[in-house]
Design a protein around this ligand. Structure first.
Ligand SMILES: Cc1cc2nc3c(=O)[nH]c(=O)nc-3n(C[C@H](O)[C@H](O)[C@H](O)COP(=O)(O)OP(=O)(O)OC[C@H]3O[C@@H](n4cnc5c(N)ncnc54)[C@H](O)[C@@H]3O)c2cc1C
Length: 382
């Protein structure tokens, strides 16, 4: 890439971009103009969201304030979200919150870290009623905003809460919800996990699944190995024809690539994510980089989780500056395995690393320390 690139546009302030901002705060070339397009003045840290639901953290403790970070990085914040991308003309269309939000932004260098999304049209086709009647875990900011209403309801009367989706996020949130409602709500609430057919946490080793099932049983949480086919007012419909009466259906089902990538002209994976190489660089457009859940590594596909997004941050920072300066890019090997800490609502967690797994209060304290450390690392004084 030649010299003279001037405008760096960061889409989203996800796990990798907070690192990019922190390193720009250390060193920003004078000829680099940095803009961040992001809908909120904070980044909600999903790793601590189950702890927020359980009552271990406040909403403020589980997020990163972006304004001080952007200010230190010398970056301009445009509040809004990307709704279109034209990689050929190097422009991004913006749906904005403010009246002075420009509808179109152009860039010389683009980095995308907008995370996983729910394609509402697709979800509605697969699970009619879900958009209207269920509380969706994504976008996470919306979920965090609405959760106190569930607690208010549960303080008023016993509720029937169903978690639709048995991945790590669904399971952690369900444990957390059960813990909070048992402690603070009216007695008699009921909790159900709807797995969608496959096992609970089916991308985890057998031993972890057994531990999760044991915890579910201990809490009296019902597990239904059925797919949810639709959600109506007060009811969840299951594939076997049965219905479940439910006041609080929560949706933590698989996420999608953002629909606005489809017409972007960028090379995409089969699932529609930005296809990137060993440098986190688009395989079709060298001036475009991406990391986190929005991207797929063509050379080394790996699961989409926050840990990988965090680990890509330093390489992304280095490579954005190298691309700007016309220097050689640095390869980023994603970790072969990651430490996973699955919190169980109470101050208890299941730790796993490859085939190895253990659980206890110590694992929860470990997770707590890692999570708080992550937030602290990027929290600058206002
Ligand atoms: C409840 C829960 C718990 C989880 N716990 C863990 C865990 O313990 N460990 C783990 O590894 N993973 C965990 N995950 C998965 C993890 O959340 C994701 O893998 C991670 O958030 C991906 O990071 P990211 O940087 O790609 O995106 P995100 O963290 O989602 O950040 C994306 C940012 O972009 C913004 N944005 C979105 N769309 C646009 C747009 N169109 N334009 C501009 N900005 C936009 C968003 O507001 C957000 O600020 C959990 C997920 C959930 C739901």
């Amino acid at each position: 890439m030649h010299h003279g690139i001037k405008k760096l546009l960061l889409l989203g302030a996800g796990h990798a971009h907070v690192h990019v901002l922190a390193s720009l705060a250390q060193h920003r070339p004078a000829d680099l103009d940095v803009t961040v397009l992001s809908p909120y003045d904070h980044q909600t840290y999903s790793g601590m969201t189950p702890g927020f639901v359980a009552g271990h953290y406040t909403a403020e403790e589980s997020r990163i304030a972006l304004e001080p970070l952007m200010k230190a990085a010398g970056a301009r914040w445009i509040q809004g979200r990307c709704v279109g991308l034209d990689a050929e003309h190097r422009t991004v269309s913006v749906a904005g919150a403010g009246i002075d939000t420009p509808p179109l932004l152009n860039y010389d260098l683009l980095s995308i870290d907008t995370g996983a999304t729910i394609d509402r049209a697709r979800l509605e086709a697969e699970m009619p009623g879900a958009i209207t009647h269920a509380l969706n875990v994504r976008p996470i900011e919306g979920f965090v905003h609405l959760w106190p209403q569930v607690m208010e309801l549960a303080r008023d009367r016993a509720v029937s809460l169903a978690m639709i989706g048995a991945g790590a996020a669904g399971v952690e949130l369900l444990f957390a919800a059960e813990q909070a409602i048992r402690e603070q709500g009216r007695p008699g609430s009921r909790f159900t996990l709807i797995t969608g057919g496959p096992e609970v946490v089916d991308n985890y080793p057998e031993g972890v699944r057994r531990r999760v099932l044991r915890q579910l049983k201990r809490r009296g949480i019902t597990v239904l190995r059925e797919a949810c086919t639709g959600v109506a007012e007060g009811t969840v419909h299951l594939a076997n024809g049965a219905t479940l009466a439910c006041d609080v259906p929560i949706l933590a089902v698989g996420t999608h690539a953002p629909p606005w990538l489809q017409e972007s002209g960028l090379a995409l994976s089969d699932q529609g994510h930005v296809l990137v190489n060993v440098f986190q660089q688009s395989t079709s457009h060298p001036e475009v980089f991406a990391a986190g859940d929005v991207a797929t590594r063509g050379d080394a596909p790996h699961p989409k989780s926050g840990v990988y997004a965090v680990r890509a941050g330093p390489a992304l920072s280095t490579n954005l500056l190298a691309a700007h300066e016309g220097q050689a890019l640095k390869p980023h090997p994603p970790p072969a395995r990651t430490l996973n800490l699955l919190s169980c609502g109470t101050r208890h967690a299941i730790a796993s690393y490859g085939p190895w797994h253990l659980e206890g209060g110590w694992a929860w304290h470990w997770k707590d320390r890692i999570d708080r450390g992550f937030i602290t690392q990027y929290t600058l004084p206002a």
